[in-house]
Design a protein around this ligand. Structure first.
Ligand SMILES: Cc1cc2nc3c(=O)[nH]c(=O)nc-3n(C[C@H](O)[C@H](O)[C@H](O)COP(=O)(O)OP(=O)(O)OC[C@H]3O[C@@H](n4cnc5c(N)ncnc54)[C@H](O)[C@@H]3O)c2cc1C
Length: 279
């Protein structure tokens, strides 16, 4: 452990019980105490920690914001948690080529906000977007309500920088819309839940923000009719930006938690449409 302390700045390594407890669980609520938590500030730090863990046969578990509900960020056999939260810079917004380059610890919602101020948007929007990280989104290939129209995280990943378990650094992917040559290692890393590498740099595709967004709340007295409405919307070639379904139980649960005047209905559809002003 002394060597680990020497590898990084003092404040970027902890073995204190408070930190070990806080970084020993995620939204799955599984809890396992790691032996240490580290917070790299850059790719070089990630390389150093990876080499150390590899040479000493210590499990190394990457962590974004710990919102995963599947236990991926929980240190299974003890080991070291490597939290990417301090690598949180938006490095480049390239509006000429509609891409952004970010570090893995950037919060999804912060990126959305930054792009919004410039008239652009990044579609993948996990419902945890105000606290989950882009690195975690890539590692989980996260979706979200807008997936119905815009797809999931993997559809927007153009290139990745990643550190392999033994500390080797790789670059994979392209920065152009067309990228068809060679093995598609980038797609292997997307959704790999931290098992293959630690992602340290991410180039994402972005889109111009739609000119107009309309939200509709439609209530149904009959559950089946709501399902038919969903099929009807899709088959009429209108792809909503989001299309969320709530049955009676979900409506009541939401009303109990936070009364907001939802109708007493068998089902609700929350529909969001976007496009330009003409459509
Ligand atoms: C209220 C709530 C709503 C949610 N809604 C959605 C939703 O709509 N859609 C959806 O898909 N998910 C959803 N999730 C699940 C979760 O938020 C997402 O999977 C999110 O992408 C996890 O990001 P994170 O930063 O919290 O990652 P973490 O939970 O910290 O980590 C997730 C996995 O990624 C790995 N990882 C993290 N960072 C890196 C990195 N830099 N390199 C390599 N591996 C890494 C970890 O080891 C772990 O296996 C929701 C969760 C909550 C709590």
């Amino acid at each position: 452990m002394q060597r680990l302390y020497r590898l990084l700045k003092k404040d970027n390594v902890s073995t204190s019980p408070e930190d070990l407890i806080c970084y020993g669980f995620d939204a799955s609520r599984i809890q396992v105490m790691p032996m240490a938590v580290v917070w790299p500030e850059d790719t070089e730090d990630v390389v150093k920690v990876s080499e150390f863990a590899y040479e000493n046969d210590i499990p190394l578990v990457p962590r974004g914001a710990g919102t995963s509900t599947t236990g991926g960020a929980v240190p299974c056999r003890g080991g070291i948690v490597i939290s990417l939260e301090r690598m949180d810079r938006i490095l480049e917004v390239d509006t000429d080529n509609l891409t952004v380059l970010v570090e893995p610890g950037v919060i999804n919602g912060s990126l959305q906000k930054e792009l919004g101020t410039r008239g652009y948007f990044y579609p993948p929007d996990p419902a945890s977007m105000n606290f989950c990280t882009i690195g975690g989104n890539v590692a989980e290939n996260a979706g979200g309500p807008r997936a119905i129209k815009y797809g999931v995280t993997g559809d927007y990943v153009m290139a990745l920088e990643a550190v392999l378990p033994d500390g080797r650094l790789i670059q994979t992917g392209v920065r152009t819309p067309k990228g068809v040559v060679g093995y598609d290692l980038k797609s292997l890393l997307v959704g790999s839940e931290g098992t293959l590498s630690i992602i340290t740099g991410i180039r994402l595709k972005i889109l111009p923000e739609p000119q107009s967004i309309i939200t509709l709340l439609v209530s149904f007295d009959d559950l089946r009719a709501s399902g038919d409405a969903v099929s009807g919307i899709i088959s009429s070639k209108v792809i909503p930006r989001t299309l969320e379904f709530m049955d009676r139980e979900a409506i009541q649960a939401a009303e109990t938690y936070n009364p907001c005047g939802l109708k007493d209905a068998e089902a609700l559809l929350i529909i969001e449409l976007d496009g330009d002003l003409k459509t």
